[in-house]
Design a protein. Structure first.
Length: 173
């Protein structure tokens, strides 16, 4: 790497690190747009110290902000985010639960498998599909029993996702 490239990277990193406190403060901003932007930037920062304030902000009243927060936690990709992402699986909004499943799939922590299996029973088909896909990619064979139940789901997309997940899990044996 050239000295100029290295200096540019260091300057950008330093700028991001200085902005973390202001981004954390923006998680409490009065506008949804500003809170969403702060969550997205914290996720992009790669700074795992953002996990705690992001987790605390999961109580935001706006579902889009909560969705952005779980996406940011997934983007950080650290196992320390798993407990709050598992908690987000109980969010009243399906899009937040689906985003939490995607984030858990990105982190691929075995500690999330049980919660993902439970999500196969979610009333929302998008959540069931997401849980099936993630379990197929990073789950273990203990998920096969519950995935088999989904083969009788009233929605064909859910059945197809479950079937694909079962195939992937069996192929790992």
């Amino acid at each position: 790497m050239s000295p100029a490239t290295s200096a540019n990277i260091n300057r950008n990193y330093s700028c991001i690190m200085k902005d973390i406190p202001s981004l954390v403060a923006d998680l409490c901003a009065s506008t949804v747009k500003k809170r969403l932007a702060a969550a997205a930037e914290l996720g992009k920062s790669g700074n795992v110290s953002a996990i705690v304030p992001l987790a605390a902000a999961l109580t935001d009243p706006h579902p889009s902000v909560r969705c952005g927060i779980v996406q940011a936690l997934g983007r950080l990709g650290d196992s320390d985010a798993v407990p709050c992402l598992i908690t987000a699986l109980d969010d009243p909004q399906p899009k937040v639960r689906a985003a939490a499943i995607a984030a858990l799939g990105r982190i691929k922590d075995p500690a999330a498998v049980s919660a993902l299996i439970t999500s196969l029973n979610d009333k929302d088909m998008t959540v069931r599909i997401g849980a099936s896909v993630v379990l197929g990619k990073c789950g273990d064979r203990q998920a096969i029993g519950q995935l088999t139940v989904l083969l009788r789901d009233p929605f064909s997309d859910v059945r197809e996702a479950a079937e694909a997940a079962i195939r992937k899990l069996r192929a790992r044996a």
